[in-house]
Design a protein around this ligand. Sequence first.
Ligand SMILES: [Zn+2]
Length: 329
Amino acid sequence: MNTWSQVADIQPLASKIITNSMEKGRISHAYLLQGERGTGKEAIALLVAKSLFCTAMQGIEPCNECNNCKRISSGNHPDIHWIEPEGLSITKEQVNHLQKEFSYSGMESNKKVYVIKDADTMTVNAANSLLKFLEEPSKQTTAMMLTENSGSIIPTIRSRCQVIDLKPLNPVHFQKQLLSEGMKEPDAILMSALTNSLDDAFERIGDEWFAEARTRMLQLVEMLAAKSENVYLYLHSHWLTHFKDRKQLDQGLDLLLLAIRDVLYYHIGNEANMTIFKSGNAFLEKSAMAFSQERLSDILNLILQAKRKIKQNVQPTLVMEQLVLQIQR
Ligand SMILES: [Zn+2]
């Protein structure tokens, strides 16, 4: 999304709020953009930055061709600073460093923009440092805070920002987009359930790791359905060796979630919405025999709990062993 009119296609309200304030010359000094992955948070932050620095604006649209626009696209503009978590959180040191940078005047003008990705991961100390910064806004500074998890932004920060809600993307719309870009239908159906980003979808579908992840997830479901005693052994020899970091573990659980949801859909006659299996799949029928509808709903909740624990940094071996234990109970 390189223009406000493209943003307006998927986020009409956000686009309108921001472009209106630009037209009136009253751009807010701090925005909090909240929305799921793929809803356009970074694209909007980039567009705000371009709109502030572009030297050849066409109405409300930045030109995308001038030196400033190009440097912003490639992440090389000296007056635009990006902060993202180092490891699991954004630290006070990162915020202090930013403040120091901002105490100098702009490299090329007096305008400066900072973008804080995953703003919900700021530590309490980092948030307090940032707060001081937000309390003394300079006219020329624009903050863009991005988050998927708006509940974790402390109220004192939230109240100093203009909060913009991004609406979730429509999966069917995204599926069509994937198909029109040449993805095969079964892949497009699966990917639209896993991500909202075109790049991410194509990257994963061509990735050997992802193909293997899918195979291993199916093996796990098969063992769970058969109440196999070897499932713990499998966790250690095949699951934890493939899903190594938190992101991969989360992706593994996402796949498991979709497969179990399919089994539930099969039970309730909602096969049109299945994402992993096709109707008539023998493996699907076998799994459906193994679990009741009620049990499947429980299992979906257990998987969601496991995802939360992974996010909260609980030991992965523990999370997976508990999950399997609870599913087989
Ligand atoms: Zn430009």
